[in-house]
Design a protein around this ligand. Structure first.
Ligand SMILES: Nc1ncnc2c1ncn2[C@@H]1O[C@H](COP(=O)(O)OP(=O)(O)OP(=O)(O)O)[C@@H](O)[C@H]1O
Ligand SMILES: [Mg+2]
Length: 412
C-alpha cells in the first residue's frame, strides 16, 4: 500500500488527510486531523510560528489516527496572486509526417511555460488542452498518431513567488516536506466535479472563509483559474456591522438563521439577536438579515463573472452550470441564490470518490483537502512543477507522471 497525505491550509481551518492507495488505485482515508487556523490569512502566512503550530497540530492528529508518521505532503496554494493564462504554441514534429512522441508534448508544454514566465510569479500548473495535429482539430491524445506539425493550448496557472515560498517554509517549519503544490480551485474541482460536467462546461466555486477560489472548465479543461479575496467571513463581518453584534454572535446568526436569497424568507419571519454591549435580546426581521447576506454574495458573483469575461470567456458556456463548495456552500439558500443570479443549473459539491471515514469528509468544507489527496495519486497537470524531473526526462509526458508517482512512493 502506498500512502499519500495532504494539508489544506485555509483561513478558517487546517485540514490534514492521510490516505492509503490500494492495488486498484482506490484511496482509503486512514487519518483526519483538523485545527483552527492561525497565522494564515487569505492564503498567505502572516505569522510563521503560530501557523506552523496549527499545521502540525492537524497533521499530528491525522498521524495518530492512522498510526503512521508522514514526511511528504501535498499542499494547496491560494490567494489574490493566483492568475491563469492560455498559451498556444506549435512545434514542427518533422518535415515528413511521423509518429508523435511524448517528448513532443513535453517540448510544447515547456515552450508555453517559458512564454508564461513572469518576474515575481511561479508557474505551478501547465495543463495541455486542445491539440491540433496538422489540420486535424480536437485531438485528445496525439501520442502515437502520425503528423508533422503539433499545436496545443496550454493552461498556465501562476502564483506570487513570495506567497509560494512562505507556504513552503511554514510547512517545512511544521516538520513536513511539501512535495507538491496544487491551486485550491483545482484541488476542490478534483474532489467534487464529475468528468461529464467538465466536458459540458462548468464553473466551480469554493467559497471559503476569506477567499473564493474558482475555475471554469470548458470541453473538459480549465480555461480560467483564479481567486477573489472575499468569502464567508465578509458575510459575518457585514452581519456584525449592520446588526451591531460581535463577531461570534454574527457567525451564530449566519449559520442558524442566515439565508442567501431574500425571496426565500417568509414575510414576517423574525429572529432574536444580542447586540453588542446589551444584556437583552432584540428581535429583527429575517428578511433584513438575508438582504445583508445577499448583497455580499452578489458582489462575489459579479467579481468572478467579471474575471471570466476579462479573460474572454462567457459563463453561459458552462452548460453543466455552477458547482458550489467550500464552507459557505453550507449557507441556506445559496444554491437558489446562484441559480437566480446566473440562470444556470446549480448544485452543492460534496467531496466524493474516497473510501473510509466518509461521514466525516462528506462536507463541502473538505473539498480542497480531499482533492489534494487525489492529486497525490494522479498528478496530471502538475508536470512542470517538478522542473528538474520534467526537463531531464527522457520518458515523455506519461514517463514524467510515472516518475512523479515513483517519486511520491519514495518520499511518503
Ligand atoms: N452552516 C453554515 N452556514 C453558513 N456559513 C458557514 C456554515 N458552515 C461554515 N460556514 C462558513 O464557511 C467559512 C469557512 O469555510 P472553509 O472551511 O471552506 O474556509 P477555509 O478553507 O478555512 O478558508 P479559505 O479557503 O477562505 O482560506 C466560514 O466563513 C464559515 O462561517
Ligand atoms: Mg479553503
Amino acid at each position: 500500500m502506498r500512502t499519500v497525505a495532504s494539508i489544506d491550509i485555509g483561513t478558517d481551518k487546517i485540514v490534514a488527510l492521510i490516505g492509503e492507495v490500494d492495488t486498484y488505485g482506490d484511496v482509503h482515508i486512514v487519518g483526519i486531523g483538523e485545527s483552527k487556523s492561525r497565522g494564515i490569512d487569505k492564503g498567505s502566512v502572516t505569522r510563521l510560528e503560530v501557523a506552523a503550530r496549527a499545521i502540525s497540530t492537524a497533521m499530528r492528529e491525522a498521524e495518530e489516527m492512522s498510526g503512521q508518521k508522514i514526511s511528504g505532503v501535498v499542499i494547496n496554494v491560494s490567494g489574490s496572486s493566483i492568475r491563469s493564462q492560455n498559451e498556444r504554441d506549435t512545434i514542427n514534429v518533422s518535415s515528413n509526417p511521423v509518429e508523435v512522441e511524448e517528448e513532443h508534448i513535453v517540448k510544447l508544454i515547456e515552450r508555453s511555460t517559458n512564454r508564461g514566465k513572469e518576474d515575481g510569479y511561479e508557474i505551478i500548473h501547465a495543463i495541455p488542452r486542445k491539440f491540433v495535429l496538422d489540420d486535424q482539430e480536437g485531438i485528445e491524445d496525439p501520442v502515437g498518431l502520425i503528423g508533422s506539425k503539433l499545436t496545443a493550448q496550454v493552461h498556465i496557472i501562476k502564483v506570487g513567488t513570495t506567497l509560494n515560498r512562505n507556504l513552503e517554509k511554514v510547512v517545512s517549519y511544521a516538520g513536513y516536506q511539501p512535495v507538491r503544490k496544487v491551486v485550491s480551485a483545482l484541488a476542490s474541482a478534483k474532489a467534487v466535479l464529475k468528468e461529464e460536467e467538465k466536458d459540458d462546461g462548468v464553473l466551480l466555486m469554493d467559497i471559503g472563509a476569506a477567499l473564493t477560489d474558482f475555475v471554469l472548465f470548458i470541453e473538459g479543461y480549465p480555461v480560467i483559474t483564479g481567486c477573489i479575496t472575499l468569502g464567508g467571513n465578509n458575510i459575518t463581518k457585514d452581519i456584525s456591522f449592520f446588526m451591531k453584534v460581535d463577531n461570534e454572535e454574527a457567525e451564530r446568526i449566519k449559520r442558524e438563521s442566515g439565508v442567501a436569497l431574500v425571496d426565500l424568507v417568509k414575510e414576517g419571519d423574525v429572529l432574536k439577536i444580542k447586540p453588542r454591549g446589551e444584556t437583552r435580546e432584540v428581535t429583527i426581521e429575517r428578511k433584513h438579515l438575508a438582504e445583508v447576506i445577499q448583497i455580499r454574495l452578489e458582489e462575489i458573483m459579479e467579481k468572478i463573472i467579471a474575471k471570466i469575461e476579462e479573460a474572454g470567456f462567457k459563463l453561459d458556456s458552462a452548460n453543466a452550470g455552477v458547482v458550489i463548495t467550500g464552507g459557505t456552500a453550507n449557507l441556506q439558500g445559496i444554491k437558489e441564490f446562484v441559480e437566480r443570479f446566473t440562470d444556470l443549473p446549480v448544485r452543492i459539491g460534496v467531496p466524493e470518490g474516497l473510501i473510509g471515514l466518509k461521514e466525516r469528509i462528506e462536507d463541502p468544507r473538505y473539498a480542497t483537502a480531499v482533492g489534494l489527496l487525489k492529486f497525490g495519486i494522479t498528478p496530471e497537470g502538475t508536470v512542470l512543477e517538478q522542473k528538474s524531473s520534467a526537463s531531464n526526462s527522457r520518458g515523455g509526458f506519461r514517463g514524467i507522471i510515472k516518475k512523479l508517482s515513483d517519486f511520491f512512493r519514495e518520499i511518503l
